[in-house]
Design a protein around this ligand. Structure first.
Ligand code: FPP
Length: 263
């Protein structure tokens, strides 16, 4: 059981040496380079994803220990269905297994699991394990862990637009009154703070259709490490780098974005 008392979190943050107001509340990660890590070791791709899954555990635990409010992990994109069937099946098998096995981790770290993405086209065993993990963790009060699984940023925005359009057609909302908060609330990530920091491993500088709406003001941190080797120390270095950035949100000094303009 991780000690997640306010005192323990304050202690972990003090050891990191970053002022609390400069710690990201919400972090998103594109966990890239598992296949390349495996190839470099002379192992099959699936071994890279298994090792990547072990690292997911290490990073979840570290983020919870530091009192991060939300961690969003890009686990499978809608575009990933274009991979060979055997590779997709191996990943889906891994997700079902991982979601089933790791419920004690959610309990031990007081984590609330959320799913981002199109649930209905996931294989039934993955849906079942996902639903059960979301259900059992819904009573928790700690970090949100958002798994983007069968996720695409454009698809998420499209789904949100459809929901809002359906409500407008029913006369529940006035189309002219729809604002940014309404759109945020119609996304899969409703209620989760937008990421302050986006980490991508394996040296790639692409957004790959991830959280297109939510990342508007995020700082981007790219590590050359492959995901299986991007451990807690590398994660802490990313948080330290974020703390050194000056976020201006389009203005002149550190300040959150002003309310949306009505002009
Ligand atoms: C990108 O390419 C990564 C993925 C498609 C999936 C990432 C999956 C994991 C880290 C497995 C465990 C995750 C959970 C939530 C249990 P790539 O890494 O397949 O390979 P590349 O080296 O060819 O870019």
């Amino acid at each position: 059981m991780t000690d997640l008392s306010p005192k323990a979190i304050a202690q972990a943050r003090a050891e990191l040496g970053v002022p609390v107001e400069r710690l990201p509340r919400s972090v998103a990660i594109i966990m890239d380079g598992n296949g390349r890590w495996a190839r470099r070791q002379g192992l099959p791709r699936v071994a890279g994803h298994q090792e990547g899954a072990k690292n997911v555990l290490r990073i979840i635990t570290e983020a919870a220990r530091l009192g991060i409010e939300a961690l969003t992990l890009y686990s499978f994109s809608i575009e990933n269905w274009n991979r060979p069937a055997a590779a997709v099946n191996a990943l889906m098998h891994l997700y079902a297994q991982y979601l089933g096995h790791e419920r004690p981790t959610l309990v031990a770290n007081n984590i609330r699991l959320r799913h981002l993405g199109r649930r209905a086209s996931l294989p039934v065993p993955v849906q079942r394990e996902l639903d059960e993990s979301v259900r059992i963790s819904s009573v928790h009060t700690g970090m949100y862990l958002c798994l983007a699984l069968n996720y695409g940023g454009r698809a998420e925005i499209t789904d949100a637009v459809r929901r809002l359009a359906a409500r407008a057609a029913q006369g529940e909302i006035d189309p002219a009154a729809i604002d940014e908060a309404d759109i945020s609330a119609a996304l899969d990530s409703a209620g989760i703070p937008d990421p302050d920091l986006l980490i991508r491993t394996s040296g790639e500088w692409r957004l790959s259709n991830f959280l297109l709406w939510q990342l508007s003001y995020a700082e981007f941190y790219v590590s050359d490490l492959y995901w299986p080797e991007f451990g807690p120390e590398a994660f802490r270095q990313a948080l330290i780098a974020h703390a050194g950035r000056h976020r201006r949100f389009g203005g002149l000094e550190d300040a959150p974005p002003a309310a949306e303009s009505t002009r």
